[in-house]
Write a protein that binds this ligand. Structure first.
Ligand code: NAP
Ligand code: MG
Length: 483
């Protein structure tokens, strides 16, 4: 595949209206990969106009759902055929280990398109109960033009979580990828066209948040905005919507997800391994990363010893090497920010157990060692704020109720995990943990069939599963008189 660097608008790759570009950089070594079109309000205008025309034209929106489904399944097949190219692109642009890009990023994104493609012709409407003199139909219709703005941590997967249900339902979409990772979205646009998605139905405008992102958020002809990213920018999108046309906004925001380990956990080694993966996978740059351990005091020493062992197995290494498990962070600026947070926490009295420093397996790259830090003060920044790096905070609880209180003592509510061998404790705490997903004796188990999203500051709305279609459709009542 040629590396695409222009915006994809109305079925064609085009430069930005004013010809400007920006650099996308490889976190592996800090080198520039390409200059990419820097879309702004004019490009967003062109893309939204193309999306609206395509929607009104109806050869996608009004097509047999089975046709849309076949095209999305074809897109998934093309992604699988180009797995190597897509994985290389994603790994170079983000610093993800190439093994993970090949086995997780590309297959999961492809699976998402196939899943909604397979599902969409099996979604029925309803007939409302009425007297015999009427027929009242309740059907789902697409919204129109959907704007999607996504972050850099899982560019392909998070884009697929938005695009697949939106397109399956018949919407047109304008996608703005993150400035750090625009390349896989542009490759996806090329494959979507090849699969048979009509011109204008899927548009990709790379660029900066304040420019292209804001223009999409404020656009008067966008019906819905689907956003994944940080809490402050999520709030901005709610404001953009309110100050423009009141468009619907769904938000998938950050987290500070607790791993609650109780003294009666059946297998502390299994818990420790899952906790290690849950925070060090993708260098901790996962919105639902299990970034806090809340452990009952009597299990603390053994768990921490096992976690230290496990952290030692995550050696920062070249993401392009096939056996690397801990690759680069997204940029040296972000890496330095993560280390700064750890250093400030230590200055405030937290205890660094291991890590905390940068690494340099490839010169110029954005690497750091896996870090364990123990914090007494539940109000300290390292406990309450999202770090988005390979940094695990350990908190100790006096008993089960204290553990629950510490786990819920957060503005976030994306995910939580619970390790216990008592089914009653598991059931009671799973009900009371305020999070969109609660795992019991596992971490990060999921499928396309399970919804994903947050409570509290972690967001509004859900990605994945048939419930995600609620975000991209509206109900239409048709009342037919039979008299
Ligand atoms: P971010 O700064 O919120 O950026 C996300 C997207 O919003 C990017 O495309 C960005 O464009 C755009 N943006 C930034 N400022 C904007 C503005 N003023 N107006 C309109 N758009 C704007 O987040 P990030 O640093 O890329 O990603 C990390 C964050 O995302 C973390 O907090 C993480 O928890 C969260 N996240 C959540 C989930 C979830 O599912 N809940 C998943 C992944 C990540 P630029 O790239 O040009 O800045
Ligand atoms: Mg990049």
């Amino acid at each position: 595949m040629t590396v695409r660097i222009e915006a994809f608008i109305d079925g064609r790759f085009v430069p930005a209206a004013d010809g400007r570009t920006f650099a996308t950089v490889a976190p592996r070594d800090g080198s520039e990969i390409a200059q990419v079109a820097r879309g702004d309000a004019r490009d967003v205008d062109r893309a939204v106009a193309a999306a609206r025309r395509a929607f009104e034209h109806g050869d996608w929106a009004l097509a047999d759902p089975a046709h849309r489904g076949r095209v999305l399944v074809r897109l998934a097949e093309l992604m699988t055929e180009r797995l190597d190219d897509l994985a290389q692109l994603e790994s170079r642009d983000t610093g993800h280990p190439i093994g993970d890009a090949r086995s997780v990023d590309v297959p999961n994104a492809a699976r998402c398109f196939a899943w909604y493609g397979e599902a969409i012709d099996k979604v029925y409407g309803e007939i409302a109960p009425t007297a015999a003199d009427a027929l009242a139909l309740i059907g789902r219709e697409p919204l129109g033009v959907v704007g999607a703005v996504v972050p850099w941590n899982y560019p392909l997967i998070i884009s697929a979580w938005k695009l697949a249900p939106a397109l399956a339902a018949g919407n047109s979409v304008v996608l703005k990828p993150a400035e750090q990772s625009p390349l896989s979205a542009l490759a996806l646009a090329e494959l979507a066209a090849e699969a048979g998605i009509p011109a204008g139905v899927l548009n990709v405008v790379p660029g900066f948040g304040e420019e292209a992102g804001q223009a999409l958020g404020r656009h008067g002809d966008v019906d819905k905005l689907a956003f994944t990213g940080s809490v402050p920018v999520g709030r901005l999108f709610q404001r953009y919507a309110g100050e423009s046309n009141g468009k619907a906004v769904s938000l998938e925001l950050g987290g500070k997800s607790p791993q609650v380990v109780l003294a009666d956990a059946a297998d502390l080694q299994a818990a420790a391994e899952a906790i290690g993966w849950g925070i060090f996978y993708n260098a901790g740059q996962t919105c639902h990363a299990g970034s806090r351990v809340v452990v009952e005091r009597s299990a603390r020493d053994e768990l921490v010893a096992r976690l230290q062992d496990i952290a030692g197995g995550f050696v920062p290494a070249d993401p392009m090497a096939p056996d690397t498990v801990l690759g680069a962070l997204i940029s040296t600026e972000h890496r330095d920010g993560v280390i700064g947070r750890v250093e400030r926490a230590a200055a405030d009295g937290a205890q660094i157990i291991t890590g905390g420093a940068q690494a340099e397996p490839v010169p110029g790259g954005a690497y750091m060692h896996p870090t364990l830090i123990e914090a007494e003060d539940p109000a300290s920044a390292i406990v309450t704020e999202e770090v988005f790096g390979p940094v695990l905070v350990i908190q100790t609880a006096d008993d089960v109720d204290h553990a629950l209180a510490l786990a819920n003592d957060t503005r976030y509510g994306l995910a939580a995990a619970l390790w216990t061998s008592d089914i009653r404790t598991a059931g009671r705490l799973a009900r009371r943990l305020r999070a969109g997903t609660v795992w019991v004796n596992t971490f990060d188990a999921s499928s396309m069939a399970t919804p994903f999203g947050g409570m509290k500051d972690s967001g509004r709305g859900r990605d994945r599963s048939l419930h995600a279609l609620d975000s991209y459709t509206q109900l239409k009542t048709t009342w037919i008189s039979l008299t």
